[in-house]
Design a binder for this molecule. Structure first.
Ligand code: FAD
Length: 440
């Protein structure tokens, strides 16, 4: 009797899961396994993400039990635990991080029969290559043109039944440490992710093109944590959105996700190295960094974004752009420092999307206009024209009506006595940035 292990990693779903589908088709008995790897949980395990992960595991367990199986949970070293369970083959989803590659290599070295399937991205990293040569795209638009025309695999149904080997002990899923969580982290799991996808397609997507940049409307899908942990299939999100009003814009954003994965798959060193190195040096400024992290820079849009991040483990994309630009271009602090803070809090935080975007904003990455600098006040006036987003997150400014909230320094000290004055003058920051880049 053939036994297969499905090693779940960041594909925590039963719908459209190629690794699970292959194991159920090729093996009489299947062990759906998740290994809580202490090394990863301690090193990369931000509390918000760990809580989301544990909830997603519980949901996956329910879905597997409904099919006659269960999620088998172990703690420790992945290769050791896989070997201890024992099977004829190990099925898992292809992933791009250095850790994921080491894990796959170690499984092979342990003489396990490893079967790797797609599923983390829409188009597997490495499948599309630029016509001019090279093994990856370093600019988004040509990638998008090729990506949208590329053939996509068919969506897979969830397995009808999952049959465990006799006598296997499922193990246990721990509870998260709620003391360390942001106030409003979303509920994890495939059931929740699918419900949100349905609701989004039915009533959010249509207005995505016009509303996605309006900060106060919160008119984006908020599917990123579910995509991050594979609670929903990115391919299913694309297939279901294509052809619907708003679908083109939404699918383009999902292509950005694939773009970063193929970039980091080809160049894993981008997690720590500049993609386009510059000759100058970043500044160390602990006080400014602390003010940025706490949302006390005196720039209302930046502060609103940073406080949303702390409260929700999420930040609107427009605010991510403004806050990251402020740190790297106004304060001239290293993108790695900002990326690490985002990684500590974001529920959707992952290496390619977090650091790929940070490099893009810092002007060291894939942006074809690396020296552009966002003016936080103009951004606020444009994307939060009535000031509602800022008032939602910065209570010290709640008494200031309309767009005047974006420039409290114009109103005199009594307008918002609790709110700080700007930690850096915009014009001086622009001049410093231009000088640094001109010299580099
Ligand atoms: P929607 O607008 O509904 O977009 C749908 C999906 O498309 C998202 O869920 C996401 O999977 C993908 N997507 C959208 N924009 C991008 C983008 N610019 N790059 C890659 N994928 C995108 N996204 C992450 O998933 N993880 C991160 O760690 C992350 N860090 C970021 C850091 C910075 C500095 C910036 C500027 C952006 C970052 N993003 C990251 C991208 C983007 O901000 C989020 O994906 C988006 O805000 C999630 O909200 P949503 O699901 O409502 O997005």
């Amino acid at each position: 009797m053939r036994v297969g292990i499905v090693l779940f990693t960041r594909d925590l779903r039963v719908h459209d899961n190629p690794a699970l589908a292959a194991a159920c088709e090729e093996c009489e008995r299947v062990v759906p396994l998740f290994v809580l790897d202490e090394a990863v949980l301690v090193r990369f395990g931000a509390p918000n993400r760990v809580a989301f992960l544990l909830e997603s595991l519980r949901d996956l367990d329910r879905s597997l039990r409904a099919r006659g199986g269960a999620l088998v949970v172990r703690r420790g070293d992945v290769v050791g635990e896989v070997a201890a369970v024992g099977a004829d083959a190990v099925y898992l989803a292809e992933d791009v991080s250095s850790y994921a590659r080491r894990r796959e290599g170690a499984l092979r070295t342990a003489r396990l029969d490893v079967r790797v399937s797609p599923g983390v991205t829409v188009i597997p990293p490495g499948q599309l290559r630029p016509s001019g040569g090279g093994d990856h795209f370093s600019v988004f638009t040509p990638y998008w043109r090729r990506w949208r025309e590329a053939p996509r695999r068919a969506l897979l149904h969830p397995p009808g039944a999952v049959r465990l080997p006799e006598g296997i002990e499922p193990g246990f899923i721990p509870e998260p440490d709620v003391a360390e969580l942001s106030r409003q982290v979303p509920r994890g799991g495939e059931a929740e992710g699918r419900a949100r996808l349905e609701a989004w397609l039915a009533s959010g997507l249509g207005a995505y093109g016009s509303g996605r940049d309006v900060l106060a409307e919160d008119a984006t899908s908020r599917l990123s944590p579910y995509l991050r942990f594979g609670c929903i299939s990115p391919l299913e999100a694309v297939e279901r959105a294509v052809g619907l009003p708003g679908g083109e814009e939404f699918v383009r954003q999902l292509c950005w996700r694939d773009f970063h994965y193929q970039l980091f798959a080809a160049r894993p060193e981008l997690s720590w190295e500049d993609m386009r190195p510059r000759g100058d040096r970043w500044r160390d400024d602990e006080l400014a960094l602390e003010a940025w992290k706490e949302g006390l820079t005196g720039y209302p849009l930046v502060d609103a974004g940073m406080r949303q991040l702390r409260a929700e483990g999420f930040m609107h994309n427009r605010a991510r752009l403004a806050t990251a630009s402020f740190l790297t271009k106004h304060l001239y602090v290293d993108w790695r420092v900002g990326g690490a803070h985002f990684a500590d809090l974001l529920v959707d935080g992952d290496i390619p999307n977090n650091l790929g975007n940070w490099q893009w904003v810092a002007g060291t990455g894939a942006d074809t206009r690396p020296n552009r600098m966002f003016n936080p006040t103009r951004q606020a006036q444009r994307y939060d024209p009535r000031g509602d987003y800022v008032r939602r997150w910065v209570p010290e400014l709640a008494g200031i009506e309309g767009a005047a909230v974006h420039e409290p320094w114009r109103l005199g000290l009594l307008a918002a006595p609790e709110y700080p004055t700007p930690i850096v003058d915009h014009d001086e920051a622009v001049a410093r940035f231009r000088t640094a880049r001109a010299l580099s």
